[in-house]
Design a protein around this ligand. Structure first.
Ligand SMILES: [Zn+2]
Length: 221
């Protein structure tokens, strides 16, 4: 299976010289500074484009779905097409499922979003859900979508120490991934070994974003 993936990657690389488009690219630049990788835990989806689907429960609307997609795509753009994804119906079992809710976490009005992500062998993303509160202004909603997507795509735990980055631990005026955000995410994909020891150990992280702060509240096996 691993060998097949490598072969496939080579094929994509050799065919992907045209660049652009929805197919993205597998080329990661050698120099990924500046970044804040030392402050965060990184993990990766081994198959891209990552599939994402939307639950139509809760406060789902097509407009919210489209806004979310547009903000997820900011990461694709910031990484020159690398962090790509495909939207599929829930019947196709997408790796990431997005839920819109009046409040993302119980009755806490300060919660903007919650990302729950399961990681195998400490490196490979297996599945994730993103809850986005819809009790937000449009700007807050969009910034939260973009921020949570950063967690779900590979910046699993931890945050930037700079308020100028999208992945700062709290809602700021930043709505787009910065070069530091993009470089940090790309490091997950450049440096994570693709043939981990298959111990089968899985860990689930639950990352709650509150107005003013964002924290990982424990993890469970
Ligand atoms: Zn966060």
């Amino acid at each position: 299976m691993v060998r097949r993936f490598l072969l496939l990657s080579l094929l994509v690389l050799s065919l992907g010289c045209g660049g652009g488009g929805d197919s993205g690219t597998d080329e990661i630049p050698g120099d990924l500074t500046p970044n804040y990788a030392s402050r965060v835990s990184l993990s990766a989806w081994f198959t891209r484009p990552v599939t994402v689907g939307f639950s139509t429960t809760g406060t789902y609307t097509e407009q919210r779905r489209n806004l979310a997609i547009a903000n997820f795509r900011k990461w694709t753009d910031a990484t020159n097409g690398f962090a790509n994804f495909t939207v599929v119906p829930l019947s196709q079992n997408p790796k990431i499922v997005v839920f819109f809710k009046p409040l993302a976490e119980g009755n806490d009005p300060n919660v903007l979003g919650v990302t729950t992500i399961t990681v195998r062998d400490g490196v490979e993303n297996v599945r994730a859900t993103i809850d986005i509160s819809t009790e937000l202004t449009q700007r807050e909603f969009e910034a939260t979508c973009a921020h949570e997507w950063g967690h779900a795509y590979g910046i699993t735990e931890g945050h930037s120490d700079s308020r100028n980055d999208l992945m700062f631990a709290g809602l700021t005026d930043v709505n787009d991934p910065t070069e530091r955000d993009a470089n940090t995410l790309l490091l997950a994909y450049r440096d994570i070994p693709r043939s981990p020891t298959r111990t089968g150990g899985e860990r689930t992280y639950r990352i709650i974003t509150r107005a003013g702060e964002c924290e990982a509240v424990g993890s469970q096996r």
